[in-house]
Ligand binder design. Structure first.
Ligand SMILES: Cc1ncc(COP(=O)(O)O)c(C=O)c1O
Length: 548
């Protein structure tokens, strides 16, 4: 007989002891979450004239006028005539204000944030935040001479090399400020490339390439960037199997085709198995192919844009490479290109010079120029560099494998819930996210996807559903990434199952949710009415209460 005693522990929910069985996946307990409500005014309303958070040292007598009054150095025309009307508060009051607001939030550090499908809400390690606060990074200015920021430039250069390796592309630019800015940079390069060959938008009609093809489940920034650049946009819809329609592509390509802009896997989580054929068809017609790799989290180390034949690609650094997102911090994008497009990359590029130091090269006559001020979003690029280095090549592949496993585990659990489906590619696994549909539940109960996402907030999580146009009815897109545990996914699925049960048995509870949040239902109607909203507090006050 073994001397080792069997493990004994309480069963799920404090039930009877289960001897010898490890609690691998105990039945998730639904939280009795209740959000704080501080009735907190906005910071301008808290202002007490004369209060100060910090007192700058007074100018010492005898110091020159310039040091004593730096504003005197500014040209007359840009000096303020009155001080900026900033809120005046002590440090304690500022701290308390933001701590209170943070408790009225359902942010990424509080909840199981798998409901922001297509956003890849993976964990951004806090240690990397600490690193970028280092004064040698945080206190530098982008206008500094490159000789004084060699370390930062080296990080840019090395991150570029890694992204080139990950995508198979020849060169990468980290200049774009976001995924959409990166898409824009790629469209601008496509436009410049055709222009340089006499087939651009300014060419005679019989040589002009003025059409861009995309797909309905590619991110809408692809169509938007093409339109803004002056192209006619042709959008392909899925075929009966849910894949972008290849017959539609064949019908659309021709001498007017400038490019294919395609996200893969698409925002449905479906990987296009004929992607190389898509690329070949477009390139044979003389078009370029640009790969939106913002959804790369499930394919890192597995497939590469260049290996599929693409001419250009982009990454969302703030998604795949573990840095905060736009609303929670600045985004960052990266574009990669094959050799023939290197001269068109945004200028300046970061170069390793023959003497081993690093510098900028702005002397690039064919470049599309700048796509943002300065070069790149430094804090996020440094975070991404550290994260990628800490993963290593094998770690990146593991990230992709776990992200895919998590997604398909969650899909299996979600599809057990009454009223939900995963349209398209029935019976196939997905890559890193799934766009589900609550259409059946909606038709049977009158409860909509938005109601379910809102009711989920009563259990301490939520999902968003801004997936216009609603090609998938009553959509819900979940993307669990590699960061969430099995218990997290079980809990998330259990919340959805509970809300679906309520929808069938007591729909009013869902339709009137949230019940335990700081703010009750948000009335979206005023957001569509420019007469009601304003972009700043002061503009809002002027609009609604008059005065300055
Ligand atoms: C596939 C895809 N492409 C492009 C973008 C646009 O990126 P951004 O929001 O940084 O502009 C996103 C946004 O998440 C995306 O999911």
């Amino acid at each position: 007989m073994s001397a080792i005693k069997p493990i004994s522990h309480r069963g799920p929910g404090g039930g009877p002891a289960v001897d010898g069985v490890l609690p691998i996946a105990p039945k998730p307990r639904l939280r009795r979450f209740h959000q704080a409500s501080w009735d907190e005014p906005i910071i301008f309303e808290l202002s007490v004239p004369g209060s100060r958070g910090i007192l700058p040292p007074a100018t010492e007598p005898g110091i020159s006028a310039v040091v004593g009054n730096p504003a005197a150095e500014l040209p007359e025309g840009i000096r303020r005539s009155t001080p900026a009307a900033l809120p005046e508060l002590s440090q304690l009051h500022v701290l308390r204000h933001y701590e209170r607001l943070s408790q009225e939030n359902l942010g990424v550090d509080f909840n199981i944030d798998v409901g922001q499908g297509t956003c890849t809400m993976k964990y951004s390690p806090k240690v990397n935040d600490q690193l970028i606060r280092n004064a040698r990074l945080a206190d530098t200015h982008p206008a500094q001479d490159p000789s004084t920021v060699q370390g930062t430039l080296e990080i840019f250069w090395r991150l570029e090399q890694m992204l080139a390796e990950i995508s198979g592309m020849d060169r990468v630019s980290l200049q774009p400020a976001s995924g959409s800015a990166a898409i824009w940079a790629n469209v601008a390069m496509i436009r410049a490339w055709h222009e340089s060959r006499g087939e651009g938008l300014s060419a005679p009609a019989d040589r002009r390439r003025d059409e861009v093809i995309t797909t309905i489940f590619s991110h809408p920034s692809n169509a938007a960037a093409a339109k803004v650049a002056g192209y006619r946009v042709i959008t392909l819809y899925p075929d009966a199997d849910g894949y972008p329609d290849i017959e539609g592509l064949k019908a659309a390509v021709g001498p007017r085709t400038a490019a294919l802009l395609i996200t893969n896997p698409e925002d449905t989580g479906i990987f296009n198995p004929r992607i190389e054929e898509f690329v070949r068809i477009v390139q044979e017609a003389g078009g370029l192919c640009s790969y939106d790799q913002a959804n790369a989290n499930g394919i890192l180390g597995i497939t590469r844009a260049r290996d599929a034949g693409f001419d250009l690609c982009h990454f969302n650094i703030h998604k795949t490479f573990s840095t905060p997102h736009a609303c929670g911090g600045p985004g960052a994008g990266a574009v990669g290109v094959a050799p023939h497009l290197v001269p068109f990359l945004p200028a300046p590029t970061v170069e390793r010079l023959p003497d081993g130091t690093f510098g900028f090269d702005a002397d690039r006559p064919l470049s599309i120029g700048k796509v943002r001020p300065w070069y790149g979003v430094t804090p996020n690029l440094v975070r991404a560099y550290v994260w990628t280095m800490s993963m290593g090549a094998e770690g990146l592949r593991e990230v992709a494998e776990i992200a895919v496993l998590n997604n398909n585990y969650l899909m299996k659990k979600v599809l057990e819930i009454r009223g939900v489906s995963a349209p398209y590619a029935a019976g196939h696994w997905r890559i890193e996210q799934v766009r589900y549909s609550w259409d059946e539940l909606g038709r049977e109960t009158g409860v909509h996807s938005e109601d379910i996402g809102t009711r989920a907030a009563d259990f301490g999580t939520h999902y968003w559903m801004s997936h216009h146009p609603y090609v998938v009815p009553e959509p819900m897109t979940l993307e669990p990434t590699e960061s969430y545990s099995m218990a997290d996914l079980d809990e998330y699925a259990a919340i959805l199952a509970e809300v679906a049960r309520e929808a069938y048995e007591e729909p009013d509870v869902v339709l009137t949710a949230p019940h335990r949040s700081t703010i009750h239902r948000i009335d979206h109607a005023p957001l569509d009415d420019p007469a009601k909203w304003a972009v700043t507090w002061r503009a809002y006050r002027r609009k609604h209460f008059g005065g300055a």
